[in-house]
Design a binder for this molecule. Structure first.
Ligand code: ADP
Length: 549
């Protein structure tokens, strides 16, 4: 049921769907709520489905308080819909699980799960017991995954081709996203970021080491990967230099990373400080001056060129820092401080007297980024080449909506690359993987004699929904496309024939390099089957589903 969604067109004539599902709780308590759970799942899926693939529609989501999100990401769409129905909520969970574990394929998993539910409903109507269906689906899923595993392609992680392979896979995952015009740039950013921080021995990537920063203004094309950290700050005094590079004879800029304030400790008098004479006032001033000088001496003696401080400091301290040629940054958050420490291999120092040269961080350059039309400034702490241990993906875009969606797209792409670092096997996209599994499962159905054959056939048909949806979203006839692709796969005994969504003139996904990580596809099948089993096991859902049909 799409009654809450309307199709509109933007000024370029590109269609998109506006979903006004939020703030509609009351309506859902009415007639709508009487529909069965599985039908509710279907209605959610019908909205999600239209986003699948490179020709999928972007959604504009409007929250009750008017916030607008533009997205193509299944998990995001679902998370912003206010749903009353329990099964529909499970779909949200499903998409989130896929997002948490794999990071990509969040739309596909919902399409598959709802197709399985549809198939299950038909089998229940034929009189097959839900548990039998669930068991049959499990068996079919096992077979499908085993078959798919046999069709994977692999480029060894140490081979020369690996980087190119990552790049192409990253690019595919961006194909359906808002950044598709800049996908070379974003794909490269994802690959470079992952390769730089990856742990080669453990074949894993800590996403903590990849920071994502966004700033409205400029265009997506101004986005860049920074080998280091970017801070939403500027130097503490306007006369401090806009750029710090290594001083004569040194190879690095040295940073003191401090969690102690530039503030003199309160004089140790038991009584309230009473300043009644000029003399006393000067005494206090001198005391403060001395303390500041002492602190700055500690910093200087350790050999620091720049001070990064978690706290603020007053004008006096600021002026002394300037006088002593120590550019400084104040009010740096705890997490950012940690990032700086990692990126510069420095230590976070809690007391001035603990400062020493070996605890200082090192970098090649610190410079202020200015943004043309605004007064905004940011500071970049940069390493040379690829020597930083953390990186920052810095996203620019003309509006907050664009920046946010670009971040989500880049995140998906980072996930694809990370997944391939973990397991470099790929399967083919455009529904090719689903078609080859569907063929294998339906062949097995033909061999089965018992009741399982129905579940296998149903499972095979649910898999077909993915290529059919891709075809439909690309303006192709879903049934004709599917049967043509299927017979081609069978005739040529290949597994990489899929839907030519972008009209490139070939259905050879290998040639188009439309790939998905095997572990992502496997996870989709496992999660969708699991969800279906869960729902089939809850008896009253199915019974009420039938009653209210
Ligand atoms: P998800 O959130 O599930 O990743 P997407 O909207 O990103 O959904 O669509 C992914 C699907 O689109 C996958 O099945 C993928 O193989 C397919 N796909 C991506 N790019 C292409 C392409 N250029 N041609 C055909 N299919 C593609």
């Amino acid at each position: 049921d799409m009654s809450n969604a309307i199709v509109a067109q933007d000024e370029m004539g590109r269609p998109f769907i506006i979903v006004r599902d939020q703030g509609n709780k009351k309506r859902q308590h009415g007639i709508e709520a009487k529909k069965s759970h599985i039908l509710a799942a279907r209605s959610v899926a019908s909205i999600i489905k239209t986003s699948l693939g490179p020709r999928g529609l972007d959604k504009i989501l409007i929250s009750p308080d008017g916030d607008i999100t533009i997205t193509n990401d299944g998990a995001t769409i679902l998370s912003q819909m206010e749903l009353d129905n329990e099964v529909a909520k499970l779909l949200v969970q499903l998409s989130k699980s896929q997002d948490d574990e794999i990071g990509d394929g969040t739309t596909g998993v919902v399409v598959l799960a709802s197709a399985l539910l549809d198939q299950a409903l038909e089998l229940i109507e034929k009189g097959i017991h839900p548990i039998k269906i669930a068991n049959g689906f499990d068996e079919a899923a096992k077979l499908a995954i085993a078959h798919l595993e046999g069709t994977t392609d692999d480029v060894a992680i140490d081979s020369d081709l690996f980087n190119d392979y990552l790049f192409k896979a990253s690019k595919t995952s961006l194909g359906s996203k808002i950044v598709s015009k800049n996908h070379d740039k974003f794909a490269k950013m994802a690959v470079d970021a992952v390769l730089q921080v990856m742990d080669k021995n453990r074949k894993d990537v800590h996403f903590d080491l990849i920071k994502m920063e966004g700033r409205v203004g400029g265009s997506l094309d101004d986005s860049q990967l920074i080998n280091g950290v970017i801070l939403d700050k500027d130097f503490s005094h306007p006369q401090m230099p806009k750029e710090v590079t290594p001083k004569d004879g040194k190879s690095d800029v040295k940073l003191a990373i401090l969690t102690c304030p530039f503030e003199p400790p309160k004089p140790k008098t038991k009584h309230k400080l009473d300043i009644s004479t000029v003399e006393e006032y000067e005494k206090l001033q001198n005391y403060e001056q001395d303390k500041f000088k002492e602190m700055i001496n500690y910093v200087k003696e350790a050999g620091a060129d720049v001070v990064i401080c978690q706290w603020g400091f007053d004008d006096e301290a600021n002026h002394l820092l300037l006088q002593n040629d120590l550019p400084a940054v104040r009010w740096v958050g705890g997490q950012e401080l940690e990032h700086i420490a990692i990126a510069t291999s420095g230590r976070i120092v809690p007391r001035f007297q603990d400062l020493s040269n070996d605890k200082l961080g090192s970098c090649k350059r610190i410079h202020e980024l200015e943004f043309g039309t605004t007064k905004d400034k940011m500071l970049v702490i940069e390493q040379e080449g690829t020597s930083s241990k953390t990186v920052t993906c810095f996203i620019r875009g003309s509006s907050k909506m664009i920046v946010d969606e670009a971040k989500r797209a880049l995140h998906d792409s980072l996930c694809v690359v990370r997944n391939l670092v973990r397991d470099s096997r790929v399967v083919y996209g455009g529904g090719a993987a689903e078609i080859t599994m569907s063929i294998a499962v339906s062949e097995e159905a033909d061999r089965q004699k018992g009741i399982d054959q129905y579940a296998f056939r149903a499972f095979s048909q649910a898999l077909d929904t993915v290529p059919m949806t891709l075809a439909e979203n690309s303006g192709l006839d879903p049934i004709a496309t599917l049967s043509a692709l299927k017979s081609k796969q069978i005739k040529e005994k290949t597994s990489f024939i899929g839907v030519d969504c972008l009209g490139k003139g070939t259905s050879d996904m290998k040639e188009l390099f439309v790939v998905d990580p095997f572990i992502g596809k496997k996870q989709q099948i496992l999660l969708a089957t699991q969800l279906c089993r869960m729902i089939l096991k809850i008896d009253n859902v199915i019974i009420s589903g039938k009653d209210e049909y």
